[in-house]
Design a protein around this ligand. Structure first.
Ligand code: WQD
Length: 343
């Protein structure tokens, strides 16, 4: 039987590349990637081939250019689309809001519109726990009210979900799932692929491993928050667990198991971990003492957020296979493996 085809936008990115590996490992899908390499490298495709033994079709396209993006739909019959392509740094979005609204919204609108135009019925949207902002009641579940966004990044995810809800209402044959990731960290167990940023990363774990290897100097953004140790609490989730959830979401829609044509799912472990606890976990698995300093709070940071992901466990059949130690171990292994990279 012909394999179904999945288009992955942002497929050379961190979560995109790990998701392509999991999709290829099922032997059920042809995978196409579209990535403009704004915050990724084509080397990810070589690493995917090294790990899976499979070469994928890829387009280097800025998805804000609808005419160019349409080529993908003209040249391929696509069954599902996973939309990762977006800028994703909370702090950077506060400094450069228009860059985030333009890129994240324009590319999303183009993808939805082309799916509707070319009859692609299944759309998986890379959303984020940042849609929840600062919440009173933790853990958050999918019914937690969505407040005013704390950052432009979070707002682009809130608007994206609302946009999808309206389009799904208008087009009953169009099915969408929004996967609200908590904090994706870690790397593929082979250590041959992991989180990689063109410039200095904004997020915690690559800054921890980069500091340990002597590339960066970590500053903890505030230790005066109303939490158990004064630092912010997050629900760190292994990138391979996140990737696996995307494969399950593709099956879920293709097998028409969805009960409505727009459904959000939380993807987190449910365990809240503070910045200092994350650092301690790294020191334990790496055997290295981490030098860092305490600095001012970062604008846009929420104090604490962690997940109730039982909806994904029950409806997608998802489970988390990695704990914080495995996340830090794989992140460190990847840092050691990639320390001589130049591309
Ligand atoms: C985590 C904690 C910082 C850097 C991320 C992604 C976003 C979304 C949600 C998926 C915070 C602290 C960080 C540093 C620090 N994921 N920190 N010093 O902001 O929770 O958002 O997860 O959609 O894409 O960005 O992650 O890693 O930036 O911060 O103290 O140098 O680490 O203050 O408390 P964040 P992060």
């Amino acid at each position: 039987m012909d394999k179904k085809t999945v288009l992955v936008t942002g497929g050379a990115g961190y979560i995109g590349s790990h998701t392509i590996i999991e999709l290829l490992n099922t032997n059920k899908y042809e995978v196409i990637s579209a990535d403009a390499f704004f915050n990724s490298s084509p080397r990810a495709y070589t690493q995917i081939e090294e790990i899976t033994g499979k070469k994928i079709k890829q387009y280097e396209i800025n998805l804000c250019d609808k005419k160019k993006a349409e080529r993908i739909f003209l040249e391929n019959r696509i069954d599902s689309l996973i939309h990762f392509a977006a800028f994703k740094a909370v702090g950077e979005s506060v400094e450069q809001p228009l860059k985030y609204y333009h890129n994240n919204m324009e590319s999303l609108i183009n993808m939805i519109s082309l799916c509707n135009q070319y009859g692609v019925a299944n759309f998986i949207f890379s959303s984020s726990c940042s849609v929840y902002g600062n919440v009173e009641k933790l853990p958050v579940d999918e019914n937690t009210p969505i407040p005013q966004a704390e950052s432009p990044y979070a707002h682009t995810k809130q608007i994206g979900e609302t946009l999808l809800q309206h389009v799904c209402k208008q087009h009953p044959a169009f099915n969408a799932v929004a996967l609200r990731y908590f904090n994706p960290v870690g790397a593929h167990h082979s250590a041959k692929i992991g989180e990689w940023a063109l410039n200095k990363p904004n997020n915690l774990v690559p800054l921890i491993t980069g500091t340990a290897i002597g590339k960066y100097n970590l500053t903890v953004f505030g230790n005066d928050y109303p939490t158990r140790d004064g630092t912010c609490i997050r629900d760190y989730i292994h990138v391979s667990d996140i990737a696996q959830a995307h494969v399950l979401a593709v099956h879920y829609l293709l097998d028409k198991k969805n009960t409505s044509n727009f459904e959000p799912f939380n993807l987190g472990t449910g365990a809240g971990v503070s910045v200092l606890e994350a650092i301690a976990a790294f020191e334990k698995v790496s055997g290295k003492k981490l030098n860092y300093k305490i600095g001012a709070r970062r604008p846009g940071d929420v104090i604490a957020v962690y997940s109730n992901s039982s909806k994904a466990f029950n409806l997608l059949g998802w489970s988390c296979k990695h704990d914080i130690n495995s996340m830090m171990k794989t992140a460190w292994d990847w840092e050691l493996y990639s320390k001589n990279r130049t591309d």
